[in-house]
Design a protein around this ligand. Structure first.
Ligand SMILES: Nc1ncnc2c1ncn2[C@@H]1O[C@H](COP(=O)(O)OP(=O)(O)O)[C@@H](O)[C@H]1O
Ligand SMILES: [Mg+2]
Length: 495
C-alpha cells in the first residue's frame, strides 16, 4: 500500500510543507473519528484537476461501526461519485450532503471540511456516517460531536493540526479511555464515565464538574502548559503508589484564543505494573546467571581439590581437564550475568579462555597464544559450547603439539605458537585454531574419535551447534570449525 507521502507525490501538486501538515493531521485523527462516531477520509485534488480527488487517508471510528469495509486509500473519485467534493473545494467552506455507499441500501451523511494550511485550501476532510433517523443522541454523544465540530473549525482555519510533531505513543489515550472537556478557564465541563473511573482510582471522588484538576487534588501542569503554549501537551501522573494516568491535553482554539480543551486520559497502571515486572525479570535472569557461575566455580574448585589428592597420572590429568571444562562454562555465565540480553560479546570471553590455557604452559613447554578476528555478539546457546570447544582445542595444542623431548636435550625450547582466529559473517562463524607443532598423528581421523576430548568437541560442534569440524596438518595441527548462526533459533537453551 502506498504511503501518504507517495500518494501525494504521485497524484497531487501538494508541496512538502503541506504534506507535513497533512501527515500531522492523520497522525492523530483516530481521536477525531472517535469523537464524531464516523469514518473519516482525507481527499486532495488530483494533479491538474479540481474535479477529481484522490483518497489520501481513511480512518475508522472505534466508537461506532464503519460504513466502509474496503480500503479506499489511493482510489480516485470523480464528480459523479462524490459531487460534493468539487463543490466544497470551490466554496472553501463546510458542505453537507449525502453519499451513496457501495453495498448499503441507504445513503450516508457526508460532511466536507476544508483543510487549510497558512490560509490556503489544500485538502478536504470528509466525515461519513449513517443517517441517524429518529434517535436522540445521549449527552456523551452530543458533547463529543460538539468537540469534533470545534476541532473541525480549527482544521478549516488552519489551527489544527498543531505546528508540532507530537510523538503519539502506542499507549496514548483514545477517546474510549476517558475524556474530559475543559472550559476556557480549565474547569471541567464534562467527564466521560471512563474518565470518572480513572479519577476515582486516583482518589478523586468529589464532584468534579465545574472544578479545575488541581482543585480536585491532581497535578495539572500539562493542562496549564497546553493553555499557555496553545499546543497539545502529554503527561503521566501517578498517585505515588500503584496508579498511573496518562493525560493528553489538546487546547481548543477560536481565532487564536484558547476557549477550552479536550483532555484524553488513560489509566496505565496495569501497563506500568507489567513494565516493572519485566524489568525485575531482567534482573532475575542476571541473578540466575550469577548463581550458575558461582556454582560452576564451586564445582571446579572441588575438582581441583580432588585432583591434588590423586597421584600424578591419568586420573589426576582427567580431573584437571574436567576442571578446565567447567571453568570455561563459568566464564560465559560470568559475562552473561553482566548483561540483560541472552547474548554475550565473545570478545569478552576469549581472553579469559586464553588465560585458562596459559596455565598449561611451563618452562619446558612454553606457549605463545594469540587471537584475532571478532565473533561479535553470540547467543548463550552458542557461546557456552564454543567456550568449551576452544578450551579443549587450546588444551590439546599445549599437550600434544610439542615435539617429544630429545633425550638429554638442553636449553630453553622455542615457544609453541597457537592462534585462535574468528571470522564472522551474517549467517555463520568460522573458528580456526592453529599451532606450529608436530601436527596430527598419521592415523588420525576426527570422524571416529576414541578419546574423550575430541568426542566432546565433535558432539558440541555437530549436535549442539549444528556445525562442522575439520582437522588437518599444515605446518602443525589446524582445526577449522564452521558454526551456523540461525537467528530464528534464539532461545534460552544453554549447556
Ligand atoms: N594440536 C594437536 N597437535 C598434535 N596432535 C593433536 C593435537 N590435538 C589433538 N591431537 C591428537 O589427537 C588425540 C586426541 O585428542 P583428545 O581427544 O583431546 O584426547 P586427549 O587430549 O585426551 O589425548 C591426541 O591424543 C593427539 O594425539
Ligand atoms: Mg584433549
Amino acid at each position: 500500500m502506498a504511503t501518504l507521502a507517495e500518494l501525494v507525490q504521485e497524484r497531487t501538486d501538494i508541496e512538502a510543507p503541506v504534506l507535513a501538515h497533512l501527515q500531522r493531521l492523520v497522525a492523530g485523527w483516530g481521536v477525531l473519528a472517535d469523537l464524531c462516531f464516523s469514518d473519516l477520509f482525507l481527499f486532495a485534488p488530483v494533479r491538474g484537476t479540481h474535479e477529481r480527488f484522490v483518497v489520501l487517508g481513511q480512518m475508522r471510528p472505534t466508537t461506532n461501526q464503519t460504513l466502509y469495509l474496503d480500503d479506499l486509500v489511493g482510489h480516485v473519485v470523480g464528480p459523479e461519485e462524490r459531487p460534493l467534493l468539487p463543490r466544497a473545494f470551490a466554496l472553501g467552506s463546510v458542505v453537507e450532503g449525502e453519499v451513496v455507499v457501495p453495498r448499503r441500501s441507504e445513503p450516508a451523511r457526508l460532511v466536507c471540511i476544508p483543510v487549510r494550511f497558512e490560509g490556503r485550501l489544500v485538502a478536504l476532510l470528509t466525515r461519513e456516517s449513517a443517517l441517524s433517523v429518529g434517535r436522540r443522541p445521549g449527552v456523551l454523544e452530543r458533547v463529543y460531536i460538539e468537540v469534533f465540530d470545534r476541532l473541525a473549525r480549527m482544521i478549516s482555519s488552519g489551527d489544527y493540526p498543531f505546528p508540532l510533531d507530537e510523538a503519539i505513543p502506542a499507549d496514548s489515550p483514545r477517546v474510549g479511555d476517558g475524556v474530559l472537556v475543559l472550559d476556557a478557564r480549565a474547569r471541567i465541563d464534562f467527564a466521560s464515565p471512563n474518565a470518572v473511573n480513572a479519577l476515582h482510582r486516583m482518589g478523586v471522588y468529589s464532584g468534579i464538574e465545574g472544578v479545575r484538576l488541581d482543585e480536585a487534588g491532581l497535578q495539572q501542569t500539562a493542562v496549564l502548559r497546553a493553555y499557555q503554549m496553545r499546543l497539545p501537551v502529554a503527561e503521566e501522573i501517578g498517585d505515588g503508589g500503584d496508579t498511573a494516568l496518562v493525560f493528553r491535553c489538546v487546547p481548543l482554539l477560536e481565532h487564536g484564543v484558547v476557549t477550552g480543551a479536550l483532555v484524553l486520559m488513560r489509566d496505565v497502571s496495569d501497563l506500568r505494573r507489567r513494565d516493572r515486572l519485566l524489568m525485575s525479570k531482567d534482573a532475575a535472569i542476571r541473578e540466575v546467571h550469577h548463581r550458575v557461575k558461582n556454582n560452576l566455580q564451586t564445582i571446579s574448585s572441588l575438582l581441583r581439590l580432588q585432583a591434588r589428592r590423586v597421584p600424578a597420572g591419568e586420573a589426576r590429568h582427567a580431573l584437571e581437564e574436567s576442571e578446565r571444562r567447567v571453568r570455561s562454562i563459568a566464564i560465559v555465565h560470568e559475562i552473561l550475568s553482566r548483561d540483560t540480553a541472552d547474548e554475550v560479546d565473545f570478545n569478552d570471553i576469549l581472553p579469559s579462555l586464553v588465560r585458562l590455557a596459559e596455565d598449561l604452559a611451563s618452562a619446558e613447554k612454553p606457549i605463545r597464544l594469540s587471537h584475532r578476528g571478532d565473533a561479535g555478539r553470540l547467543q548463550a546457546s552458542i557461546a557456552t559450547p564454543l567456550a568449551v570447544v576452544i578450551t579443549e582445542l587450546l588444551q590439546n595444542a599445549a599437550e600434544h603439539a610439542f615435539p617429544p623431548a630429545a633425550p638429554g636435550g638442553r636449553g630453553s625450547p622455542e615457544p609453541l605458537a597457537v592462534q585462535v582466529a574468528l571470522e564472522r559473517s551474517e549467517s555463520a562463524l568460522e573458528v580456526t585454531v592453529r599451532d606450529n607443532g608436530i601436527g596430527l598423528p598419521e592415523d588420525f581421523s576426527i570422524d571416529a574419535p576414541t578419546s574423550l576430548g575430541l568426542s566432546i568437541v565433535k558432539g558440541l560442534v555437530e549436535d549442539q551447534m549444528g556445525g562442522t569440524i575439520a582437522m588437518r596438518t599444515d605446518g602443525g595441527a589446524v582445526v577449522e570449525l564452521w558454526i551456523p548462526l540461525d537467528h530464528s533459533l534464539d532461545d534460552l537453551t544453554t549447556l
